[in-house]
Ligand binder design. Structure first.
Ligand code: WTA
Length: 635
């Protein structure tokens, strides 16, 4: 069907208009022609952003794994579904065919069932980028268990709070993980986390590093012998369209991480449809997204979107700089990658190493380059375009979020003319709006505002696990009848969007969302600290880095700053993970506050950015005198 694969700009506009005018007809056609259903829906969609309640394909019955695996067996059984490229370049890559994947998922799913996991149970997955990670997601989906993947770089504290938030009965992990020259003791982290998680009955352990682990009798089990003994056949659980498929945590500007809940049918339809178009995937292409499956990008565009299209998707275990900064390009050459999808942080880090490491490898297979996770700056865009893409591979700068499930604003390669730093046009079915502070929509072009979406799309998250009120407050209360993204954006003279960055207290460091509140809470646990405030400041590789302003209980203690800095970063590492460490820590005598006692982050942000010419009126502050002092001592 032509609507499934858009091939030129006129067609984009035509399909886009149809998707807006007749969303139900449009999505119904896509769903009907490109997926397998046990039963079709009674109603394509219903929505009420004031509650908020959103449903897609209500009444339909399906299992997403039948769409991602089973239906391909007849025509693509021997086709490679997953290419696993290990951390160590000397270790052989694995090619897992669709048929092998089918049997592996069945075995794994049988093991889950044998351990009492049933439809609706939550299973925490804390596994590095090895095939078992993708397989464990699919095994959960096969039996209707809800997976909650926690990125295997989070600390034990962060892990235990996520396990408890959604009452996981089981944890899947590995003995350890390889990252460059390091190996990390993941099982040890799980053991520590589980000291505070009473609900976990079973821990399944994948053998990856062969490191020493302690197995708790009755609770911990090696996975391999269980898989060996399990049947490789299993009937899929029949799910309702709106049954939860997974929970994935993302940072908020305040409080604990939010467990975003994605449901089955809408998520499947939208991730598959976007994958096909945004990467212009063709049958024999090899597609590689460098993200970790611990983030939404990996869920939607390493696992579900590609597999629903019968694609070959690469999973890379390692890091871009091991054994050297040419590793990404070596992998592109080795597997003849056609679509390459990565983050601006990686692009900046690689660009810094110069062009020689890229030119050493044959990148002629590349057709499409993708970028995701944070705004891509002009310099990085050009380097990506010129050095990697040789000016012939369009860059798709894809804007989207954990909450949106799939790509929302993006060029379609070979269809939408690109423009550096612009995510360009809304994807099919997406209706963006830019709002001013007074809640007025900024219509027309050459306007700027807060980015909202006016109408639901199939893969929007349906709620926050256990806290629907927070879902409503965070996303649907700022503007009536709108989903508020938390980002600012502008629309240029031809209607292209450029995302300008977060307008709330979420800071994106190396493409990872970090909320300020949990980091400040961690710092404030230090006995010498009285209070703290975190802001972002520009960083040439990470995009943004964290700057902490910390007030100590006793001024005299500022003599021992260096030790304190180390201790504070250690605390942050323990509580959240190394990704949340601060680049700069300034000890201050006080933090600028409003008369009602609220910390004025705006002022701190300007100081951190070294942009103090226009601090605004500070005379209304409770303590204007601290501002000068902070400026004088800024780092
Ligand atoms: C930011 C990642 C500019 C944005 C898929 C968003 C981007 C947040 C882009 C979501 C982009 C993502 N250009 N900014 N192409 N893509 N962002 O939930 O601030 O990890 O709100 O989802 O990343 O991050 P998340």
């Amino acid at each position: 069907m032509s609507n499934y694969h858009i091939k030129h700009l006129e067609e984009y506009y035509q399909v886009y208009r149809k998707s807006i005018r007749e969303p139900e007809n449009f999505w119904e056609e896509v769903a009907e022609e490109h997926f397998v259903w046990r039963k079709k829906w009674d109603k394509v969609m219903s929505w009420d952003f004031s509650k908020p309640e959103i449903k897609w394909f209500e009444g339909a019955k399906l299992n997403i794994t039948e769409n991602c695996i089973d239906r391909h067996l007849a025509t693509r059984g021997d086709k490679t579904a997953i290419i696993f490229e290990p951390n160590n370049p000397d270790e052989e890559a694995q090619h897992i065919s669709y048929r092998q994947l089918y049997h592996k998922v069945n075995k794994f799913a049988n093991v889950l069932k044998d351990h009492g996991i049933k439809k609706g149970d939550r299973v925490c997955i804390y596994v590095p980028m090895i095939p078992e990670l993708a397989i464990s997601l699919l095994a959960c989906a096969k039996i209707g268990a809800i997976h909650s993947v926690v990125f295997a770089g989070f600390s034990s504290r962060a892990l235990s709070s996520r396990i408890n938030d959604c009452d996981c009965k089981m944890v899947i992990t590995s003995d350890g993980s390889f990252r460059g020259t390091k190996s990390i003791d993941l099982k040890g982290i799980v053991d520590e986390a589980l000291e505070n998680c009473d609900g976990v009955e079973t821990v399944l352990v994948v053998n990856r590093t062969g490191g020493d682990v302690v197995m708790t009798e009755g609770r911990d089990k090696w996975l391999q012998p269980l898989l060996d003994a399990a049947s490789d056949e299993l009937e899929a659980e029949v799910m309702d369209a709106e049954d939860p498929l997974f929970i994935l945590y993302t940072s908020g500007s305040t409080g604990q991480p939010k467990g975003m809940v994605h449901t089955t049918a809408g998520y499947m339809v939208y991730t598959a449809y976007t994958f096909k178009n945004v990467f212009q995937y063709r049958e024999d292409d090899v597609y590689w997204c460098t993200a970790d499956i611990g983030w939404i990008t990996g869920h939607s565009y390493i696992v579900y979107g590609p597999l629903a299209n019968g694609a070959t998707t690469v999973m890379f275990e390692g890091v871009p700089h091991y054994p050297d900064f040419g590793r990404f390009w070596q992998i592109v050459e080795k597997h003849k990658v056609n679509q390459f999808y990565t983050a601006p942080t990686a692009i900046r880090a690689l660009a810094k190493q110069g062009a020689e490491l890229v030119e050493k490898y044959d990148l002629s297979s590349i057709k499409v380059l993708g970028s995701v996770g944070e705004p891509i700056n002009e310099e990085a865009w050009h380097w990506y375009n010129d050095v990697v893409g040789k000016k012939k591979s369009p860059i798709v700068d894809t804007w989207w979020q954990t909450e949106t499930g799939g790509i929302m604003i993006t060029p379609i390669p070979f269809v939408t003319p690109t423009k550096p730093t612009y995510a360009t046009l809304p994807f099919i079915g997406i209706q963006p709006a830019l709002m001013d502070e007074n809640g007025l929509e900024q219509k027309g072009n050459q306007v700027e505002g807060r980015l909202c979406i006016k109408f639901p799309w199939p893969s929007i998250a349906r709620t926050i696990w256990g806290n629907h009120q927070r879902y409503k407050d965070t996303y649907f209360s700022a503007y009536e009848n709108m989903y508020f993204t938390g980002d600012g954006a502008l629309r240029d003279e031809v209607g292209y969007y450029r995302i300008t960055g977060r307008v709330d207290d979420v800071i994106i460091v190396s493409g990872h969302n970090l909320g300020t509140a949990p980091i400040e809470d961690a710092i404030n646990e230090h006995p010498a600290v009285s209070e703290s405030a975190i802001v972002g400041f520009p960083h040439d590789i990470k995009g943004s880095a964290l700057y902490g302003f910390v007030t100590l209980k006793e001024v005299g203690e500022s003599r021992v700053h260096d030790n304190l800095r180390k201790e504070i970063n250690q605390l942050i590492s323990d509580r959240i993970g190394p990704i949340a460490k601060l680049d700069k820590i300034q000890f201050t005598e006080g933090l600028p506050k409003t008369r009602s006692g609220k910390i004025m982050r705006r002022i701190l942000r300007k100081i951190a950015e070294n942009d103090t010419s226009n601090l605004g009126d500070i005379s209304t502050l409770l303590n204007p005198e601290v501002v000068q002092d902070i400026m004088d001592n800024s780092l």
